[in-house]
Design a binder for this molecule. Structure first.
Ligand code: PEP
Ligand code: MN
Length: 338
């Protein structure tokens, strides 16, 4: 339930409403909008259903929120959330770009990738140090050694670091080196991990699960928000369908749908979304046209030698062309790259 306060409601009335909500064992989430203030009620469903909010002074109306996620809902917070990642903003008018190799393989590979994506115009360097691979025989990542390389290369180039955290155990070490945590598709419903991340202030890029509905994905975000971490960015990376020409089916309708359903920024990863490098630029352009707030692109100095995801990785030259094309699309819809 959300309580919409009267535009003339006083602070005293708002405080009274919050006190009444708290008295019933519920939590009040206050959001001050341009037009009015709304109070979101969080807690036991039955208690919320019985709560007579409209009877309270200063309350204009009470609206039922039927979705199981609340804090992530656009109904709770009308204004777009802008996530500040160490001075780089994701959300708002500018489009953020995160790029780099699938996995950190060596210092040289990482540094070369970093300079390439930086000169192309990216603000973030991506790269996995802990790799959740389908096969246990595939390259599993350099772990802490890789994290240290990411942090060092981030310092040298000025790029922000986004890297995946795969479990609660490695969360502290990943936090030490990363500017933003990535929760991968395979961990979207690792609720213990989501809760642990929620207790931190670190920004988090929450990838859509392999077969997750929008509702399941938004509830995963809700787990993080509910613990007090509001710095959540949604990342569409394709879902599993019957189509097997592409690695996944990139669901660009999810971008437009999320813009209606949530205030959280939305990033698109056309690399994992398609699995084919030739499809990455067209889908990146389409993602921006659809309203994405950012892109995540895999770039490798030599994709043919990549230890993971070479077939979907762009060369530095192809990344530079993609950025020029994306800038043109952004301009056409009144936005720009950062
Ligand atoms: C990745 O970004 O390298 C990755 C493993 O992505 P996803 O979790 O979307 O498969
Ligand atoms: Mn990858």
């Amino acid at each position: 339930m959300i309580l919409v306060m009267n535009s003339k409601a006083s602070q005293k009335e708002l405080d009274y409403v919050i006190a009444k909500v708290t008295e019933r064992g519920l939590r009040a989430h206050v959001s001050e909008g341009k037009e009015c203030t709304i109070v979101g009620l969080i807690g036991e469903k039955d208690i919320i259903a019985e709560f007579n909010g409209e009877a309270l002074p200063g309350v204009e109306k009470a609206l039922a929120v039927t979705e199981s996620y609340k804090l992530a809902s656009r109904k709770f917070k009308e204004a777009d959330t802008v996530v500040n990642v160490g001075g780089v903003f994701v959300g708002g008018n500018n489009i953020a770009v995160m790029a780099g190799p699938c996995a950190v393989e060596s210092r040289e590979q990482l540094l070369e990738s970093a300079w390439a994506v930086k000169s192309g115009g990216a603000q973030f360097l991506r790269g996995g140090a802990f790799k959740p691979r389908t096969s246990p025989y595939a390259f599993q990542g350099l772990e802490e050694v890789g994290l240290r390389m990411l942090a060092e290369v981030g310092k040298i180039t000025g790029l922000k670091i986004v890297t995946e955290v795969v479990d609660v155990g490695s969360l502290p070490v990943v936090c030490e080196y990363a500017d933003m945590l990535q929760v991968g598709a395979r961990n979207m419903q690792n609720f213990q991990l989501l809760k642990a991340i929620g207790k931190l202030g670190k920004p988090v890029l929450l990838k859509r699960g392999l077969s997750a509905t929008l509702d399941e994905w938004l509830n995963a975000a809700e787990y993080i928000l509910n613990e007090g971490n509001c710095n959540v960015i949604m990342c569409e990376r394709g879902i599993r369908t019957f189509e097997n020409y592409t690695r996944n089916t990139l669901d660009l309708s999810a971008v437009a749908a999320l813009k209606l359903l949530t205030h959280l920024p939305v990033v698109v990863d056309p690399s994992h979304g398609t699995g084919r490098w030739k499809l990455v630029a067209p889908m990146a352009r389409a993602a921006v046209a659809a309203g994405a707030d950012g892109l995540m692109i895999e770039v490798h100095p030599c994709p043919a030698n990549a230890l993971s995801d070479g077939p979907q990785s762009l060369t530095p030259d192809n990344f530079t062309s993609l950025m020029l094309e994306v800038a043109a699309v952004a301009g056409a819809i009144g936005r720009k790259l950062q």
